[in-house]
Ligand binder design. Structure first.
Ligand SMILES: [Zn+2]
Ligand SMILES: [Zn+2]
Length: 89
C-alpha cells in the first residue's frame, strides 16, 4: 500500500492531478506533464517569473523542459501493472 502511495505521488502531476503525460522534470526536481507546465509558465511569461507549483521555487529564466524518459517508461509499465489500483487510492 505504501508503495502505491509513493508511486502515485511520483507519477502524478500536481497541476492537473492526473497521471503524468509526457513527463518533464524541472531543475528543482519536480515533474509535470509537458503541457501543464508549459501552460502555467505561459501565463507568467510577462512577469518573467516561473515557479514550481509544488515547492514554490522560482526561476528567473524559463528553464529548459527536459523530457523525463525514465518516468515516461515507468509510467508505461505502471499502466500495465497497476494503474487502476493507483487511481483508486
Ligand atoms: Zn498535468
Ligand atoms: Zn519544485
Amino acid at each position: 500500500m505504501e508503495q502505491n502511495q509513493l508511486d502515485l505521488e511520483t507519477f502524478s502531476c500536481s497541476i492537473c492531478l492526473d497521471l503524468l503525460k509526457d513527463p518533464v522534470t524541472i531543475p528543482c526536481g519536480h515533474s509535470y506533464c509537458m503541457n501543464c507546465i508549459k501552460m502555467l509558465w505561459d501565463k507568467y511569461e510577462q512577469k518573467k517569473s516561473y515557479h514550481c507549483p509544488q515547492c514554490r521555487h522560482t526561476f528567473t529564466q524559463r528553464p529548459f523542459l527536459q523530457k523525463n524518459t525514465m518516468l515516461a517508461l515507468s509510467r508505461t509499465l505502471l499502466t500495465f501493472t497497476g494503474e487502476k489500483n493507483l487511481i483508486k487510492v
